[in-house]
Design a protein around this ligand. Structure first.
Ligand code: HEM
Length: 482
C-alpha cells in the first residue's frame, strides 16, 4: 500500500516536472529576444494539436474569410501568432512586413504551402524549389510569357476560340461563364507551354488535370483511393504525355526558334533542367489555365453585372476601339487590348476585391526580425493578401466595387499584391491581364446579359458556386428588341 502510494506520488511529481520544464522551454522560445530584444508576436496557440485551424476554416467557408484576421488584429495587432494545420504560424496583415517576407530570398524564407499541395507539386516544382534553379526557370519562362511572339499567338488563338464558343450561345439561354472561360482558356495556355494543339491528347490532359487539381488542397494522406493518391497518378499520366512531346522536341531543337515554354527550357542546355523536371513543372504551370485566370474573368463579370455604371463605361471604351479598328480595316493586336485603360482598372479592382489567391505561405529558415518582431526559425508565415486588399487603411470603402479609385493619387499601391511580390512575383501576370481584357472585349462588344443569382465561394479555392450563370443576348438583336 505504502509502496504504491510512493510510486503514484513519484509519477505525479515526475510528470509535473516534465510538463513544467517543457512549458519553460516553450516560454523561453516564445520570449527569446533578438539582437534588439524582438519578441514573437502576440497571439494564441488555440487548442492542443488542432490549434486555431477550425476557426480558420470556418471563417474561410464564410463570405468574409478575413474575419479570422479581423478578430485577432483587434486583440494582438497586424501581425500575430497562431497555430494552423499543425504548424506554429505567424500571420501578417501588415503591408511592410508582408513585402519584406515576399522580397526575401531563400536564405531567409522558403515556400511552405499545405502538405497536399507541396506533395503534388514535388521537390522540383518552381513553386517549391529555391535558389539558382528557381531563378533560372522563373527567368526563362517569365521572359517567354512576356514576349511579343507569345502574346500574338495567345491573342489570335483566344479570339478564334471565343468566336467559336460564342457562335453556339443561343439568345436568352443560360451560359455558365466560369465553365466557358475554363474550356476556352485551358488549351491556349497548354499550347503556349508544351506546343500541343487541340485534339485527343488535349482532351485527355484536361480530363486528368481536373483530377490533379482536386487534390491540391486535400487531406494529406497517400492511401490507395485517396484524393491525393488519385491526383498524383493523374499528374504522372499528364507528365508521361509531356515527356513524349519533349523527347521529340529534343531531337530537332537545333536552329529552331523556341515556340513554347518547353522549347525555351531545352534551348537553355542546362543539365539541371531534366525531362522529369520540365514535364512536372509544365503540369504545375497549367494550374492558372484551369483556375486563376478563368476565375478572375468570372469575378470581373460578376462585379460588372452588379455595377451598371462601370459596365457602361467599359462597354463604351471597348466599342470605340472596335469601331476605330473596323474603320481602319485592322484586327486588334495585343497592344490594343492592353491600351484599354478603364478595362485594366476594372480588372485591378476585381483582383483587389475577388482575391483569386488569398495568401502566400512561407517558412522561416532562420530567426528573422522585422519591426521589433521575431519570426522564429521553422515557423510558417502567412501573408494574408486578402486582408490587405480589403483594409480600410489601404482602400477607402474597401467593399465597394470602385474601378475609378485606380486613377486617384492617394491610393496605397504598395498594398496591392494580387500576383505576389519579389522573387516569386507571378511571371504570368501580364498574360492573365491580356487574356481577361480579350475575353471582356469580345463579350461586351457582342452581347448584353442579365446575371442569374450566384455566390462567391472562398475555400478551398476562390470560385463562383454556380459557375456564374448569365442569360446573354446578341447585341444586334438587343438593339432590334428595343
Ligand atoms: C489571375 C491570374 C493569376 C493570379 C492571381 C496569380 C497569382 C500568383 C501569385 C500570388 C503568385 C506568387 C506565389 C508565391 O509567392 O508563393 C504566383 C506565382 C506564379 N504564377 Fe501566377 N497568377 C496568375 C496567373 C498566372 C499565369 C497565367 C501563369 C502562367 C503560366 C502563372 C504562373 C505562375 C508561376 C509559374 C508562379 C511561381 C513563380 C515562382 O515561384 O517563381 N500565373 N501567381
Amino acid at each position: 500500500m505504502t509502496n504504491s502510494f510512493v510510486w503514484s506520488w513519484l509519477t505525479v511529481a515526475l510528470v509535473t516536472a516534465l510538463v513544467l520544464s517543457l512549458y519553460e522551454l516553450y516560454r523561453k522560445r516564445e520570449k527569446r529576444g533578438g539582437v534588439r530584444g524582438a519578441r514573437v508576436p502576440r497571439g494564441s496557440n488555440g487548442w492542443p494539436f488542432i490549434g486555431e485551424s477550425l476557426d480558420f476554416i470556418s471563417c474561410a467557408l464564410s463570405s468574409k474569410p478575413e474575419s479570422f484576421v479581423d478578430k485577432r488584429r483587434i486583440l494582438y495587432g497586424k501581425v500575430f501568432k497562431t497555430h494552423l494545420f499543425g504548424a506554429h504560424t505567424i500571420l501578417s496583415s501588415d503591408v511592410e512586413v508582408s513585402r519584406f517576407i515576399l522580397h526575401s530570398d531563400a536564405k531567409t524564407f522558403v515556400p511552405d504551402y499545405p502538405s497536399s499541395l507541396m506533395e503534388l507539386m514535388g521537390k522540383s516544382s518552381i513553386l517549391v524549389c529555391n535558389g539558382d534553379l528557381q531563378r533560372r526557370v522563373h527567368g526563362l519562362v517569365g521572359y517567354f510569357l512576356k514576349s511579343g511572339q507569345l502574346r500574338d499567338q495567345v491573342t489570335s488563338d483566344l479570339v478564334r476560340r471565343m468566336d467559336g464558343a460564342m457562335k453556339d450561345w443561343k439568345d436568352g439561354e443560360v451560359v455558365l461563364i466560369q465553365d466557358q472561360a475554363k474550356s476556352i482558356l485551358f488549351p491556349i495556355l497548354v499550347k503556349a507551354l508544351i506546343g500541343l494543339e487541340p485534339g485527343n491528347d488535349m482532351h485527355f490532359i484536361r480530363y486528368q488535370f481536373q483530377e490533379f487539381v482536386a487534390g491540391l488542397i486535400s487531406f494529406p494522406i497517400k492511401l490507395p483511393g485517396s484524393q491525393l493518391q488519385r491526383s498524383l497518378q493523374a499528374k504522372k499520366r499528364i507528365a508521361a504525355i509531356i515527356k513524349r512531346i519533349l523527347q521529340k522536341k529534343r531531337n530537332n531543337i537545333k536552329g529552331r526558334i523556341p515556340r513554347d515554354a518547353i522549347d525555351v527550357l531545352i534551348s537553355d542546355n542546362n543539365d539541371e533542367l531534366t525531362d522529369e523536371l520540365i514535364s512536372d513543372n509544365m503540369v504545375d504551370f497549367m494550374i492558372p489555365a484551369e483556375d486563376s485566370v478563368p476565375v478572375l474573368i468570372t469575378l470581373v463579370i460578376k462585379y460588372l453585372s452588379e455595377c451598371p455604371r462601370a459596365l457602361h463605361q467599359l462597354e463604351d471604351e471597348n466599342m470605340k476601339l472596335k469601331n476605330r479598328k473596323l474603320m481602319l480595316g485592322e484586327n486588334l493586336s495585343w497592344t490594343d487590348y492592353l491600351s484599354l485603360s478603364f478595362t485594366q482598372d476594372v480588372i485591378s479592382e476585381s483582383l483587389r476585391m475577388g482575391n483569386v489567391i488569398v495568401s502566400t505561405w512561407r517558412k522561416a529558415v532562420r530567426d528573422v526580425e522585422i519591426k521589433g518582431l521575431l519570426i522564429p526559425k521553422g515557423w510558417r508565415v502567412i501573408s494574408y493578401l486578402r486582408f490587405m486588399h480589403l483594409a480600410e487603411e489601404n482602400y477607402k470603402d474597401p467593399y465597394e466595387f470602385n474601378p475609378w479609385r485606380w486613377r486617384e493619387n492617394d491610393i496605397n499601391r504598395c498594398s496591392f499584391m494580387p500576383f505576389g511580390a519579389g522573387q516569386r512575383l507571378c511571371p504570368g501576370m501580364d498574360l492573365a491581364r491580356l487574356e481577361a481584357a480579350i475575353f471582356l472585349h469580345h463579350l461586351v462588344t457582342n452581347f448584353t446579359w442579365v446575371a442569374e443569382e450566384d455566390q462567391v465561394v472562398n475555400f478551398p479555392t476562390v470560385r463562383m458556386k454556380g459557375g456564374m450563370p448569365i442569360r446573354a443576348i446578341r447585341k444586334k438583336q438587343a438593339v432590334q428588341m428595343q
